[in-house]
Design a protein around this ligand. Sequence first.
Ligand code: DGY
Length: 351
Amino acid sequence: MAPKVVLTRYLDPDKLEGAAILKKAAKEGKIDYTAYDKPGNAPREWVLENVKGAESVVVMLGDKINDEFLDAAGPSLKVVSTMSAGYDHVDTAALKKRGIRLGTTPDALTDATADIGAMLTLMASRRAGEGIRAVVDGKWPTMPWDPLLLCGRGLQGSTVGVFGFGKIGQLTLKRLLGFGISRVLYSTSKIGQPLSPSKDHFSLSSLTSSLNVSFDPAQSLDELAKESDFLIVCCALTEETKGIINSSFLSKMKPSAYLINTARGPIVDSDALVAAVKEGKLAGAGLDVVDGEPNIGADHPLVREQKIVVLPHIGSATVETRSEMSRQAARNCLAGIGIEGFEEWDNEVKL
Ligand code: DGY
């Protein structure tokens, strides 16, 4: 009997290659395939009911992969393949205990997420959010061009701090180097640790030296907070990073500085961020992720604050990127259960 494979979200096979791969494998009889077929997240009840007896599952950020899910799937489950780079929605200890392997899609979305990081840096510092609100609210006729109208700050000559210096952090920075920044402070997973040549994914150290940009590891979180004109958060959400950008951290930042977060919402304390901006302790922020998303209404304090630009987690949202993410997720899902033609994982997380 063909192994059961479950996909917890409708994926359009004409746009997202992973869906076409899974459909083809099903047609060829290589897998017994169940996929949610309505728009949106599959309801939890559907997921728990349908994962029963699955050997491999493709899941999304919105699925909680915990003991409840694993119990529902039962002992047949060998692989959880998430169509995402982050896996904070997966209880990795529970997977490890049960000998279940985990696949992710980190390399698919580096460029797209770095684009959004650079865009949010510019949007926040050039006050694009305030400008767009004014235009949409019909206020432009009351605010003719004025020498100081919506003036922000440029990146030229600034210090950019990057908290979390993997591929996304490095590529975000690479984009910003084009804007004439003069200094980079970065933090790898161990604060103060210089970037090892094997982790210098984009030859940043040679690029920064050719551009005459100073390029150093921050020696402490305090230094990163105090020195950065733009602080870009690109780290994974872990027990250590949850809430690390809190009121104490923000109070050390320059009042003229901007905070950008393209990583995960809970890394930043939303209340502390709103307070810092309101009290003039921080110039503004650009966020692609917010603690509690997607339940962020128009009345959320972060959304109401003019100097904060909020996007609804669209870092990886290009059709090409999502197609590649789905392709990698499908391949991980099939490789993990030994389906012919899918011998290689695109990325397996070492648990
Ligand atoms: C991921 O894959 O972790 C991203 O946050 C989704 O865009």
